[in-house]
Design a protein. Structure first.
Length: 549
């Protein structure tokens, strides 16, 4: 290896290549040149690689860069304004936080909150009367954790002119009581927009600065890449402007960003052609429009999923596309052009509809990776068809561990009933069937830190909560399967296996360095681990305080 003349050599106690073809001694050194891996070997071999910058992380563990396969960073800028109600399941505590938020909000301002868990309401449906008094009769919008619903105060409804039911496509709803009076609960984007369009927004500069902070926090958590499952107004402009600012300072985005704009019901060939043009032409140095996001249903928690049989309230039976055959035509349009798609499908009927749409595609259209996002409840027969279809699964382990319970007293399980709840979050069954399984967080729906998510995937409970019982423990992933979900399977889900997902000569030099071994540590220990550094394109993006390298 005397012809190696790298820009950088990184040394670590353990290097997990996630490349099953690599044999021989355990790797402890990686040579990087021009943003690519030039050599992998032992510390002894590294001594012959020539003079270059060396970063020695001692006994640390180096893996391929971790990638979150489902996040909403720009949408999260709006969703995470106000008080954070995440993880709170006590209504009195929710009300106390909202009261404090209202007292801190300037006169004339809106009271905001986010991350509200419907389990906080117990058996009582969410209702504006539960928040009106604590927000002082002011306009307020409290986003529920699922990003598909919100609770508006009476004053907010009055400002929006909402006094009764409204008709929408896309399974949206202004929820009303038996007398036709709005309860304040708004389901899906079309209903939410009635209020959101009235609320004051941040300036472009403020949003750009906050997006930069979000990306830096992703990097500190160990992420080197993200799959963004939306493309709201201003997203592409924000990415371009942020990257330009960083370039002027001699830096790049701290994470790679793949964006998938939404394809919605009511659109047609002209809209689809415009979206296809973005995939082919819109990109920066470390960001690009890389696929299309579609929906066939909403969420179980708010009765907008698509199930074969109604939930216990008689809900969750309507598809998001009023004419599902139009959804099938849309995915065929993109598949014909080798454009990746990702479809949100949570309920059993929704997942079955997506599988059926891809089963009907000719074999020659399978030139791009196509995914189903979430997959929360499915029977055995769909697992078998899923595996044969070639579709990729994209799931979020913390949706299971944070919002459902082993005794099935949570809102999600109660709505579904025992039989369907028992068929929930079938990560292990999908892997056993041979399905590629990418993992992520769905931030801001759930926290984005990957190490606790890797732990939760193995524990089937919240890491650090040893008093909790695991939820369907037979669906736990192994340590390697969990790490694959953030590395090799994440790359395959993006169609980037030739470029990323493992450590091999010629692949991108994207690394995550940890003080704990994700393949050997007990899951609760892994969740407490520290990210020592992240590297993208062979460039250090994050170095933990006190780490000298």
């Amino acid at each position: 290896m005397n012809d190696i003349n790298p820009d950088l050599i990184i040394l670590a106690g353990t290097v997990h290549t996630m490349d099953e073809t690599r044999g021989g001694p355990s790797a402890q050194a990686i040579a990087v040149r021009d943003g690519r891996i030039q050599a992998i070997g032992t510390r002894d071999e590294a001594r012959s690689w020539g003079e270059s910058e060396v970063i020695d992380f001692g006994g640390a563990v180096l893996t391929p860069g971790l990638v979150d396969c489902h996040v909403h960073p720009v949408m999260g800028l709006d969703m995470t304004r106000g008080c954070d109600l995440s993880g709170i399941t006590d209504l009195a505590a929710v009300r106390a936080l909202l009261r404090a938020e209202a007292e801190a909000t300037p006169p004339g301002g809106w009271v905001r909150g986010w991350g509200l868990d419907p389990n906080a309401f117990g058996s009582v449906p969410p209702h504006r009367e539960l928040i009106d008094d604590v927000v002082g009769g002011r306009p307020a919008l409290i986003r529920l954790f699922d990003a598909h619903s919100a609770l508006a105060s009476t004053a907010a409804l009055e400002l929006a002119g909402i006094s009764g039911p409204r008709h929408f496509d896309q399974a949206a709803e202004v929820v009303c009581d038996g007398s036709g009076r709005p309860t304040g609960l708004l389901l899906e984007a079309a209903a939410l927009d009635l209020v959101l369009t009235l609320m004051p927004t941040e300036t472009f500069q403020e949003r750009k600065e906050r997006l930069g902070e979000v990306f830096e926090s992703f990097s500190r958590a160990g992420l080197t890449g993200i799959h963004v499952m939306d493309c709201g107004e201003g997203t592409l402009e924000l990415l371009a402007a942020l990257e330009n600012d960083l370039a002027a300072a001699g830096r790049g985005l701290p994470v790679r960003v793949r964006v998938s704009p939404w394809c919605m019901p009511g659109s047609g060939d002209a809209d689809w052609q415009r979206l296809a043009g973005q995939v082919e032409n819109v990109r920066g140095s470390r960001w690009k429009v890389a696929g299309i996001k579609l929906f066939v249903d909403g969420t179980v928690d708010n009765g907008t999923a698509w199930l074969f049989e109604p939930d216990i309230y008689g809900q969750s039976v309507a598809p998001f596309w009023p004419r599902p055959q139009e959804y099938a035509r849309a995915v065929r349009f993109f598949a014909e052009r080798a454009i990746p798609t990702a479809t949100h499908a949570i309920g059993d009927a929704g997942v079955a509809a997506v599988v059926a749409a891809f089963e009907d595609l000719p074999a020659h259209m399978a030139r791009a990776p196509h995914r189903i996002e979430h997959i929360e409840t499915v029977p055995d027969g769909i697992i078998e068809r899923f595996a044969k279809s070639g579709l990729i699964a994209s799931m979020q382990p913390s949706h299971c561990t944070h919002y459902s319970r082993a005794d099935q007293t949570d809102n999600w399980s109660t709505r579904l009933g025992k039989e369907r709840a028992d068929r929930g979050w079938r990560c292990a069954d999908l892997r056993s069937a041979g399905v590629t399984l990418a993992l992520g967080s769905d931030w801001p729906v759930a926290p984005f830190e990957p190490l606790p998510i890797l732990a939760d995937a193995q524990l089937r409970r919240r890491s650090g909560h040893t008093d909790e019982q695991p939820i369907a423990p037979g669906q736990a992933l192994s340590a390697r399967q969990a790490l694959e979900g953030y590395t090799s399977h994440a790359a395959k889900a993006a169609g980037e296996w030739a470029e990323a997902g493992s450590l091999a000569v010629g692949k991108r030099a994207d690394f995550t360095i940890l003080d704990v071994d994700p393949l050997a540590a007990a899951p609760d220990e892994l969740a407490r681990g520290q990210v020592l550094a992240t590297v993208v394109d062979g460039q250090l993006q994050h170095l933990a305080v006190g780490v000298t390298g």
